[in-house]
Design a protein around this ligand. Structure first.
Ligand code: AKG
Length: 264
């Protein structure tokens, strides 16, 4: 299976509209890949909180339209990263979109763990509640977004729902790049799954981005990692390695569920 992670440079020098056109063209150039992955909030920037309300789109807004068309033009499965979604009821969500090679929407995932503690996304957006998996011909994707990477129970839930390839669009800051690489490998090893984690490059809202998008195999080996700048990271991998790893080193079968709290 061939996957291309598009590590987009997100900065204020480029308008959202122009970036959308540029990214659609980049997706089209990936014809021949099976799966293309974009980062989190690449239209606005994950830290450009001031723009969330103005740039928020309905689910089937301009980014949806452009990405559905780009996926079908390229004939690829497209994880189109996430958009600031404005729900008709009012709240904003950080919502990832997945399209089939014919441009059909196959999944929308609203980020469950919002980042920022008492500010930013954590107060401006509502939390999603549902785990999302997507069946592809070669593998089942489990989707998560950026800060979700710190919450292993979410990924275990995805694995229990059948996920074999964990896709994580992000806008991870350079300051915590070491955590990014470490957590991507940890999620791969503990879940015996591929991890495809696609970040952004550049600086927006004064926050330099980590880049260093990464693909990790179910044994924790890094198959490919990008540098800091805008880059297309293309990797070939064998989805069958998940079943082989889980069969030959069946640690997932040794899970002890429902452990009791310590006695006092
Ligand atoms: O967890 C982190 O260090 C970064 C998370 C983040 O930037 C996000 O979720 O937007």
């Amino acid at each position: 299976m061939r996957a291309s992670l598009l590590q987009i440079d997100v900065n204020e020098g480029e308008s959202v509209e122009s970036r959308r056109r540029r990214v659609a063209a980049l997706v089209r150039e990936q014809a021949g890949a099976d799966l293309v992955v974009l980062p989190e909030l690449w239209t606005t920037g994950a830290f450009a909180y001031d723009g969330f309300a103005d740039e928020a789109e309905p689910l089937e807004g301009p980014t949806y339209e452009a990405m559905a068309k780009a996926a079908s033009d390229a004939g690829v499965w497209l994880h189109a990263g996430s958009i600031p979604e404005r729900d008709p009821e009012g709240p904003l969500y950080n919502t990832s979109l997945v399209f089939s090679p014919s441009g059909e929407p196959v999944a929308a995932y609203r980020k469950i763990h919002r980042f920022g503690f008492d500010k930013g996304e954590a107060v401006l957006m509502a939390a999603g509640e549902d785990l999302v998996t997507v069946r592809l011909p070669e593998t089942t994707l489990g989707v998560a977004t950026c800060y979700d990477l710190r919450f292993p129970e979410l990924f275990r839930g995805l694995v229990d729902a059948g996920a074999e390839t964990l896709v994580v669009p992000a806008g991870w800051p350079e300051r915590r790049r070491a955590h990014w690489t470490l957590l991507a490998q940890a999620r791969a090893v503990e879940n015996q799954a591929f991890v495809l984690a696609c970040g952004t490059a550049g600086t927006h809202a004064g926050v330099p981005q980590a880049g260093h998008s990464i693909v990790v195999d179910p044994w924790g080996e890094v198959l490919a990692q990008a540098g800091a700048g805008e880059q297309v990271l293309t990797v070939e991998f064998d989805p069958g390695k998940v079943a082989v790893t889980r069969d030959q080193f069946p640690a997932l079968k040794d899970r002890m569920l429902g452990l009791a709290a310590p006695r006092r």
